[in-house]
Design a protein around this ligand. Structure first.
Ligand code: NDP
Ligand code: 8X3
Length: 260
């Protein structure tokens, strides 16, 4: 059976200004796709789009958008120019963790931010994009979940809960789309070296880099290649849920570190 093509397809990536989202942009650009890139940091998106235009002649449409703001998401995605309105692939990647405190000591604002971004943001974007896919009976939603949605770790409490919610939402969406040609995949990585830990620790770079000390973590490109693999499977194949760990990681809590 033929692979699903990516050439000239419109791929919307949330959180494209960094890490896994930016790597997905590069990977799909190399595969000939047209990109709708969204994030709050427009300067980063502009830099990426210009790089991809030079390297692959990629056409990009940039949307500066906070996914946790429902009216901003709805406005941005329902007012797309005609040429960009028929989205083929949605990569729900925008997300973050804040803190690693015990649940009974944590900062309430950190909770709000994680829940608003990882759960509600994903919902708002999905709600805005999927109706068009259903009316065309064509499309693929890839949610970036996490090992944290399968296994909770100490201090992970609310972040893990948001990723468990993403897992439930991927399952629920798949059920709601049953009988259509749409596909829903969840790609659930373990440790990937990005700005994730720096964001988690509110800009503490030393603490963030210690997360990856003595380990060869996954790279954003590793995940982007897997997302592309999911999307390009033949139309009758849906990779439903894929956990991806670094070789040095056995579970959410068990990581082998070289000490010298
Ligand atoms: P990064 O911090 O490098 O990237 C996060 C991206 O999300 C940025 O582009 C950021 O853009 C965007 N983002 C965050 N909040 C918002 C918001 N409110 N509105 C719009 N965009 C937002 O981290 P990763 O690349 O690692 O994270 C990407 C996804 O992968 C997340 O969902 C994360 O939970 C998940 N993940 C990460 C793992 C890891 O170990 N790194 C492992 C498993 C899953 P901007 O700040 O410009 O808005
Ligand atoms: C990111 C990976 O293990 O830090 O989802 O939660 S982890």
């Amino acid at each position: 059976m033929a692979q699903v093509p990516t050439q000239d397809k419109i791929v919307l990536i949330t959180g494209a200004s960094s890490g896994i989202g930016a790597a997905c942009a590069r990977t799909f650009a190399a595969a000939g796709s047209r990109l709708i890139l969204t994030a709050r940091r427009l300067d980063r998106l502009e830099q990426l789009a210009s790089e991809l235009e030079q390297q692959f002649q990629t056409a990009s449409h940039l949307l500066q958008c906070d996914v946790s703001d429902p009216s901003a998401v709805t406005a941005a995605l329902t007012e797309l120019p005609e040429a960009w309105s028929q989205i083929d692939v949605l990569i729900n990647n925008a997300g973050l963790s804040r803190g690693l405190e015990k649940l009974y000591q944590a900062n309430l604002q950190d909770w709000e931010e994680m829940i608003d971004t990882n759960i509600k943001g994903l919902l708002y974007v999905t709600r805005a994009v999927v109706p068009g896919m259903v009316s065309r009976n064509s499309g693929h939603v890839v949610n970036i979940g996490s090992i944290a949605g399968h296994q909770t770790y100490p201090g992970g409490n609310v972040y893990c809960a948001t990723k468990a919610a993403v897992r439930a939402l991927s399952e629920g969406l798949k059920m709601d789309l049953l009988g259509t040609a749409l596909r829903v995949s969840s790609v659930d990585p373990g440790m990937v070296e990005t700005e994730f830990s720096e964001v988690r620790f509110h800009g503490d770079r030393d603490r963030a880099s210690s997360v990856y000390q003595g380990v060869t973590p996954l790279t954003p490109d590793d995940i982007a290649e897997i997302v592309l693999f999911c999307v390009t499977r033949p139309a009758h194949v849906n990779i439903s849920d894929l956990i991806v760990l670094a070789t040095a990681q056995a579970s959410a809590t068990l990581v082998h570190r070289q000490t010298e």
